[in-house]
Design a protein around this ligand. Sequence first.
Ligand code: MTE
Length: 309
Amino acid sequence: MAGRWKNDLNWSDVTPKAAFLNRRQLIAGTASLVAGGIAGPALAGLDARPSAYSTDEAPNSFEDITSYNNFYEFGSGKSDPADYSDALTIDPWSVKIDGMVDRPGDYAFDDILKDVTLEERIYRLRCVEAWSMVVPWIGFELADLLGRAGVQPGAKYVAFETLLRPEEMRGQRRPILEWPYREGLRLDEAMHPLTILATGLYGEAIPKQNGAPLRLVVPWKYGFKSIKSIVRISLMDREPPTSWNMANAREYGFYSNVNPEVDHPRWSQATERKVGGGLFAKRVPTRMFNGYGEEVAGLYRGMDLTEAY
Ligand code: MTE
């Protein structure tokens, strides 16, 4: 691990100073939002502590991260989520945890936050479409919440579902995908300390276009595994169906670990375009497991990753 992670840096340390000072999201500014009563519980993100799992790469700007998105519930264009997600009501919010758990039920978002340790995790995000960003998430380990629900011994997989509410999510009025958006992980992937539920970014509540009020972040997998605006988490003994896999199993596998050696049937995964790099920026090589191999390669020992893609 030496040299790859810095465990004492926050986003403000790794963002060039001038850019940092120009940010609309300065902590002071965010504090005034609290006074105005705008952002509510997700502002707990302000107390996040730095993490040894953060990369020391400079994060993308708040503008990049919140204006170039995939969130098909609001449309398939990159600016649709920013343009249309205001319509989504996120308060009240609860997450149903069911299936093979000792304490199933509806967990209110505020209650979930009371029991967790929020950290800032500056992670690389690699989309299956071959673009990438670096995002300073605020969140907590999914394992903490699963522990609270009490995972039963037979459980092997975790299924996730996004909110289904076509009145507020205009993309759901069309069958772009089979709604609600669904994702899944193997239990050991879900329990891995790199796997978080994010409730904030850049020190403030997570914007709606990024998956408010809470979304999954699995940094070694293609971005589509990181499901947004989660309302249900189910523990199961078999692999759950997942949206992109249901839409096209040949193009989108259940695992979807970032792998420069396994091309998408329609494009290469060997390199990526860093969002914010400008029109003429050179593409950079994509790394196995998005650079998180040291932490996660052991999860897949003995598996053929061209078969289990
Ligand atoms: N979650 C839901 N519910 N709906 C989506 O369309 N898109 C996925 C993922 N999570 C998506 C989703 C894809 S393809 C990517 S790359 C990431 O969200 C993008 O996250 P970001 O917009 O916060 O960068």
